[in-house]
Design a protein around this ligand. Structure first.
Ligand code: ARG
Length: 460
C-alpha cells in the first residue's frame, strides 16, 4: 500500500521497516475508540465551520458504517496497515473520497492516539472496577457465613492469636476497597481529552476542544498541548493499580494454596477449580491460585516496561511510546482474568470449620489472654506474661493445653488463678472479648460487613 507521506519521500518503505514500525497487530483492538474519537472530531469540525456541515455528516455516517463493518467482520483489518488510525482513514477515503481526506484537519496521530488509549482504558477501568466489586461481594458472602468460625491468626506463619475466618476474609476486603479507590482516581485522570493538542503545538484552526470532550463524555480537556500528546502517566498509574490488585490477589492465593494442603486442611476447593495430576492419582492441585500468583510477576513486568519506556523520552511524542500498548493491554487482560477466576474459586470453596477450630486449639493462641487475665487481677503485665509463658512450657512438656489444666495446676503457677480462668482461655471468648473497633469479635465483624456492603452499594 502506498504511504500517506510518499509525496515527501523518494524511496518506498522497506518491508522489514514497515513490519517493525507497524502497530496494527495490537492497536486494532482500539478500533471502536478510534472511530468514536473521529466521529466527535468530525462533528466538531462541522459545528465550528472548519468543514462544511454536509461533509461532516457524510464523514460521520461513513465512520459509523466502518465501525459496524469491522464489528460484523465484513471489513477485515488489513495487517499491512501501519496502525489502526491509518487503516480507518484509508478505508474512509476509499469509501467517500475527498470528504474522507478532510477528517484529519486540525488533528495529528499524536493527539489521536493519546485520545484513543484514554478512551479505551476508560472502558477497561470500568470493567475492572466491576470485577473488583464482584470479588468484594464474594468476600463478604464468605465472611458472613464464617463470622464465628474461630481459627488461628498467624505471625511469622506461627499460630499467634485467635481470629475468625470471617475477620480474615474482611482483611482482604479492605485491600480491595483501597484498590478500587485507586482505580477510581486513575479513571478521573484518564477521562480527559487531549484532542486539539495536534502534533505538539495545537493548531491554528478555531476548534472547540471542550465540545469534543463533551461529545465523548470525558471530564475535561488537557491543559498543555505538549503534555497532552506526551503524557502516559494515567496508563502507568493503571499498571501500578493493577500491580497492587495482583499483589493482593497473590497473597490471597498463597493462603489458599497453603490452606488446601493436607498439612493445613482449612479449605477444600471445588473440583471445577482444581486440577489433577497426570501421574499421581491422589492429587488435587490449586492451579488457579498458583497461576494468579504467577501472573503477578508478569504484571509487575508490564509496569516496569511502561515506567522504563517513558523515562528517557524528551517532549513531546516519540515512537517509543507505541510500546505502551502491548504492556498495558497485557496487564489489563490478565488482571481481569485473575479477578474473575479468583472470585469464582473463592465463591465455591468449602471451609472446613472443624479443622480451623482444631488448629485454633493447638497452638496456645490463648496464652496472651491467660496473661491478660492475671493482669486484670492486678499482676503487672510483664509478670503475668512470664507466668503464662511458664504455663505454656508446662503444657508442652505434659502434652496438654491451657483449656485442660486443672485449677490446682494453675494455682501452682500463681495463686491469683480462680475458676473464671477457663472462661478467659475459652477460644470463643478470646475472640468475642476483642470488641475493639476493627477487632475480630462477632459484632465487629458484623460492623465490617456493613461497611464493605455500604461501599459496594455506593459505587453502583
Ligand atoms: N501507532 C502510533 C502509536 O501507537 C500512533 C502515533 C503515531 N504518530 C507518529 N507521529 N508516528 O504511538
Amino acid at each position: 500500500m502506498a504511504k500517506m507521506w510518499d509525496a515527501r519521500f523518494s524511496k518506498a518503505e522497506n518491508k522489514r521497516v514497515n513490519d517493525f514500525n507497524s502497530s496494527i497487530s495490537f492497536d486494532s483492538r482500539m478500533f471502536y475508540e478510534d472511530i468514536e474519537g473521529s466521529i466527535a472530531h468530525a462533528t466538531m469540525l462541522g459545528k465550528c465551520g472548519i468543514i462544511a456541515t454536509e461533509e461532516s455528516e457524510k464523514i460521520v455516517a461513513a465512520l459509523r458504517q466502518i465501525r459496524d463493518d469491522i464489528e460484523s467482520g465484513a471489513l477485515p483489518i488489513d495487517p499491512e496497515a501501519e496502525d489502526i488510525h491509518m487503516f480507518v482513514e484509508e478505508v474512509l477515503t476509499a469509501r467517500i473520497g475527498d470528504s474522507g481526506k478532510r477528517l484529519h484537519t486540525a488533528r495529528s496521530r499524536n493527539d489521536q492516539v493519546a485520545l484513543d488509549i484514554r478512551l479505551y482504558l476508560k472502558k477497561e477501568i470500568g470493567e475492572i472496577r466491576a470485577l473488583v466489586l464482584d470479588l468484594l461481594s464474594v468476600i463478604v458472602k464468605v465472611a458472613k457465613e464464617n463470622a464465628d468460625a474461630v481459627m488461628p491468626g498467624y505471625t511469622h506463619l506461627q499460630r499467634a492469636q485467635p481470629v475468625t475466618f470471617g475477620h480474615y476474609m474482611l482483611a482482604y476486603a479492605q485491600m480491595f476497597i483501597r484498590d478500587d479507590l485507586r482505580l477510581k482516581e486513575t479513571l478521573a485522570r484518564t477521562s480527559v481529552s487531549p484532542l486539539g493538542s495536534g502534533a505538539l503545538a495545537s493548531t491554528t484552526y478555531p476548534i472547540d476542544r471542550h465540545l469534543v470532550a463533551e461529545l465523548l463524555e470525558l471530564g475535561g480537556v488537557t491543559e498543555n498541548s505538549m503534555d497532552g500528546v506526551s503524557d502516559r502517566d494515567f496508563l502507568i498509574e493503571l499498571a501500578f493499580d493493577l500491580s497492587l490488585v495482583m499483589m493482593h490477589l497473590s497473597r490471597f492465593s498463597e493462603e489458599i494454596i497453603l490452606w488446601c494442603t493436607n498439612e493445613f486442611s482449612f479449605i477444600e476447593l471445588d473440583d471445577a477449580f482444581s486440577t489433577g495430576s497426570s501421574i499421581m492419582p491422589q492429587k488435587k492441585n490449586p492451579d488457579i491460585a498458583e497461576l494468579v500468583r504467577g501472573k503477578t510477576g508478569r504484571i509487575y513486568g508490564d509496569l516496569t516496561t511502561v515506567l522504563t519506556m517513558m523515562k528517557g523520552i524528551p517532549l513531546a511524542y516519540n515512537k517509543d511510546m507505541q510500546e505502551d500498548k502491548e504492556a498495558i493491554f497485557d496487564a489489563v487482560d490478565n488482571a481481569k482474568l485473575c479477578l474473575e477466576l479468583f472470585a469464582s474459586m473463592l465463591d465455591t470453596l468449602t471451609v472446613k470449620r472443624d479443622n480451623l477450630r482444631r488448629a485454633a486449639s493447638g497452638g496456645f493462641i490463648n496464652a496472651t489472654d491467660c496473661a491478660d487475665y492475671l493482669a486484670q487481677k492486678g499482676l503487672p503485665f510483664r509478670d503475668a506474661y512470664r507466668v503464662s509463658g511458664r504455663l505454656v512450657a508446662y503444657c508442652i512438656e505434659n502434652k496438654t493445653d491451657l483449656e485442660s489444666l486443672s485449677l490446682d495446676t494453675y494455682k501452682e503457677f500463681s495463686p491469683m488463678f480462680e475458676n473464671d480462668v477457663y472462661e478467659a482461655v475459652n477460644l470463643d471468648n478470646c475472640v468475642n472479648r476483642r470488641t475493639v473497633y476493627g477487632g475480630p469479635s462477632k459484632e465487629s465483624v458484623e460492623r465490617q460487613i456493613k461497611i464493605v456492603n455500604a461501599y459496594i452499594d455506593a459505587q453502583k
